[in-house]
Structures are given as C-alpha cells and as structure tokens.
Ligand binder design. Structure first.
Ligand code: UGA
Length: 440
C-alpha cells in the first residue's frame, strides 16, 4: 500500500516516517522547499529523539521519499493523509482550517479513483464531512473515502507514542476506508493495541476531548498546588495519593508553571469555541484556559517576589526555555510569558536551554543566552528552573551556590529535593510545597 503524507510538520513527518518503518512505501510532501531539501539530505527539520535514524534507515531501504511535487505524490497513493497545520485564528481562538481545505481541493484534482483520504490534522467536529463535500464537488464522478485518524503523539516521545500507543482512533464512513486503516495499523494490532473504529464526528471530538481533559487535569493539580503552599501540604504526595485511584490515574498530575506547547493551548481554545458555537458551552475548558493563562503570569511574579522589594537591576538565571524537555519547541511555552515579564520589571535575565535557542532567540529580546547551565548561575540573585531537562536535575547545587550572588532557587518543575538545596546553603521555592529557607 502506498501512502502519501501531506505536510511534514510534527505530526505528518513522525507519522510518515513511522508508517515507512512499518514497511509501507511513504512519500512525504511539503510546499516548503527548504524543509524538503533538508529532508532529502536525511536531516530532520524538527528536533525529535530517534527521528533522524528512522529517516535515514527507511530512506536507504527505499520506503521513504520526500518531494514538493504534490500532484505526482497524490496520484500514486492508495492512502493520502492530510497533516497540515490548523493554527489558532487571531482573535477568536478558532482553528484555521484553510490549509486543510486547500489540501483537499488539490487532492481532489490529483487523486486516482478509490483513494482513501485521511485527515490527521486536529480538526473541529464536522471538518471531515466538509472535506468530503469539497472533494465530491471537484470530482463528482470519482469514488473515494474519507477517514479521520487523530494523533496522540507527545513531542519528545513521539516515535514511542506512535509505535506503542494506548489506542488508535479511526473515524470512517465506509468499508473501504476502514479496511485501509486497519491494514495500515496492522503491525500495532498484532501487539493488541486497541483500534477504536467509529464515526468521523466521534473521532474528531475524541481528539479534542482527550487534550481538553489532560489540560484540565494539569490545571486541577496546579490549583491543588496553590492550596498546598498556603496550608503546608505537599502537592507531590497528594498527587501520588489521588493518582493511585485507578479512576483518576497518576499521569499528568505534575504541578508546574502551566501547560504550553503547540497543542493544549490551541486545542482548548478551539474546543471552547466549538462548544460556544454549538450552544454547548464547555465551562470547565473555559475555566482551564483562564486559570492556565493567569498561572504563567503568576509564576513570573513569584520569581520577582523572590528578588525582594526592588527587583529592577537584579539578575535571574533561567534554566530551560522550551515548553518541555526533549524538544526545541517554544510555542506557548511558559518562558514566553515569564521572561518578558521579568525583563519588563528591569531584571537582567540570563538563560540556558539545550535545544530551544534557535527557535526562541527572536521571541525573547533583551534576554542573554548562555552556552552552559552553570553559566546562568554566575552572579545570579536567583535561579529559576522553567523546564525539567535531565541535565538540570544533576547539577551540583553547591557549585551553583558558589557562583550565585544571591541565594534563592525557584524551581517551577520540582526537580530538586528541598533538603539538598538547603544543604547547599540556598533558599528553595518550589511548586505546591512550603518555601524552604537555608537558615530554617
Ligand atoms: C499533547 C498530548 O499529550 C498528546 O497526546 C497530543 O497528541 C498532543 O498534545 C497533540 O495534540 O498533538 P505535547 O503537547 O507534545 O502532547 O506535550 P505533553 O507532554 O502533553 O505536555 C503538554 C504541556 O503540559 C507541557 O507544557 C507540559 O510541561 C505540561 N504538563 C504535562 C504538566 O505541566 N504537567 C503534567 O503532568 C504533564
């Protein structure tokens, strides 16, 4: 079976490469010539652990090719995936579906009869039906099928998530579509991965409901963290306690500076808009968005407070700019709210991130970049951990304390043990726990 993947963004590239690893012949298409040129040199345009190796292996095995020739790639395919972006529209937060519809129109012209068109982009309910109408209007004489196949990949562990998913969701409207997708996911079926075959609408809603629920779960534990700080609790112990209840589950209960990334902020906004537009307001999701937005600002204020009554002129060393570890992605990262707020208060900010510099440099004017983690601690009045990269976990806290001008660590990811920080002679402010002072 020949697969063509339209869009070599995060979702399209990882999915295309992984389907080629399953042994299918995959062509990845993008209009961005620079991206395709890079891929032809077997270099991934995104940072994702393991992806470069899979690209090289499958290209050399002859399963994986890259092109800007849209029509030729569609014409040779049995299954065409649409994996183009659905960014938030400015102003109303709704998903911009114009790239999806444009791809559908172009597919209609180039496809051969009985092509199965699969929408992988995250799209609001009803979009797959519209894609069907668009293609049918362009080629009323040609039989084809539409499927919905949302993805649940996490950046940083996308390949593992693709190869070992909790489930695969497939929305179909006919047997041809179902058969094609069952065949594509057969390697996972052999591993007993549940494949949920449902309607187009159910598949579309499932994607948003899953992300909205996870965003809500994180926001819930963040609010519990606030309470723990006030009353002398410890959010990590409370999270373990509730997480052991199988109905709740222990995952996605790490309190932190608020969720970011390219998915949760965009998808919660789009889902809330869908609810409003359809007379079914999603009030929990609306509250989640508001609480999460406020939290990022609140985190900056905590760091400012740690600097004392006159933060202007003080120096903060920041560890981590990416929205989470193992990615260079900074979209909607808490750092993009926190750093400008510090800089705006007259604070000198010096930061390190192992991967995000290229993506973040122009977004964070007025911030200085350091090549090494210890460099950010030099002369810092406070050090703030914004992303839980592994290399920060093992830093020598005494060495850090010796280099700092001040004595406070603000750990927004709870990566250190309070005893260790205090033993190094530093004050420790973390999330969902009391503050620990070096002198107490
Ligand atoms: C998320 C979902 O986890 C994927 O299943 C989904 O496919 C993807 O969105 C998408 O829709 O494309 P991703 O954005 O890559 O994946 O990252 P996550 O690991 O889910 O983290 C999202 C944010 O939540 C990060 O800012 C992270 O720091 C934060 N988070 C996550 C917490 O603050 N606490 C947690 O316990 C977990």
């Amino acid at each position: 079976m020949r697969v063509t993947m339209i869009g070599t963004g995060y979702v399209g590239l990882v999915s295309g490469v992984c389907f080629s690893e399953f042994g299918f012949d995959v062509t990845c298409v993008d209009i961005d010539e620079a991206k395709i040129a890079k891929l032809k040199k077997l270099q991934s345009p995104i940072y994702e652990p393991g992806l470069d190796d899979l690209i090289a292996r499958n290209h050399e095995a002859g399963h994986l090719t890259f092109t800007t020739d849209f029509d030729a790639a569609v014409a040779e395919a049995d299954v065409v995936f649409i994996a183009v972006g659905t960014p938030s529209r400015r102003g109303d937060g709704e998903a911009d579906l114009s790239y999806v519809f444009e791809a559908a129109r172009r597919i209609a012209h180039a496809m051969r009869p009985e092509t199965v068109v699969v929408i992988k982009s995250t799209v609001v309910v009803g979009t797959c039906r519209k894609v069907h109408e668009i293609i049918e209007a362009e080629r009323p004489d040609v039989p084809f099928s539409i499927c919905s196949n949302p993805e649940f990949l996490r950046e940083g562990s996308a390949i593992e998530d693709f190869m070992r998913p909790d489930r695969v969701i497939v929305g179909v409207e006919d047997e041809r579509g179902e058969k094609a997708l069952r065949q594509l996911y057969r390697p996972l079926y052999l591993r007993e991965t549940p494949i949920v075959v449902t309607t187009l609408e159910n598949a579309e809603i499932t994607k948003y409901a899953a992300n909205a629920f996870l965003a809500m779960k994180i926001t819930f534990i963040n609010e519990i963290a606030n309470l723990c700080e006030k009353v002398g609790g410890d959010v990590q112990q409370v999270a373990s306690g509730i997480g052991l209840d199988n109905r709740i589950g222990g995952k996605f209960l790490h309190a932190g500076p608020g969720y970011g990334g390219s998915c949760f902020p965009k998808d919660t906004n789009a889902f809330a808009a869908t609810g409003r537009n359809n007379g079914a307001p999603q009030l929990l999701v609306e509250a989640t968005i508001a609480v999460n937005d406020a939290r990022k600002r609140d985190m900056a204020d905590r760091i400012l407070e740690a600097l004392g009554p006159n933060p202007a002129g003080k120096t903060v060393g920041v560890l981590g700019i990416a929205f989470k570890p193992n990615t260079d992605d900074v979209r909607d990262a808490p750092s993009l709210v926190i750093v400008p707020r510090l800089v705006g208060a007259g604070v000198r900010v010096r930061a390190h991130d192992p991967e995000a510099r290229e993506q973040a440099e122009r977004l964070l004017p007025g911030m200085e970049w350091c090549d090494q983690p210890y460099e950010v601690t030099e002369g810092a009045d406070a050090v703030a951990v914004l992303t839980e990269w592994n290399i920060y976990r093992g830093l020598d806290l005494k060495r850090m304390a010796d280099k700092m001008a001040g004595d406070t660590v603000v750990d927004l990811r709870n990566i250190y043990r309070p005893e260790d920080v205090v033993e190094a002679g530093l004050n420790y402010i973390s999330i969902g726990k009391k503050a620990y002072g070096a002198d107490t």
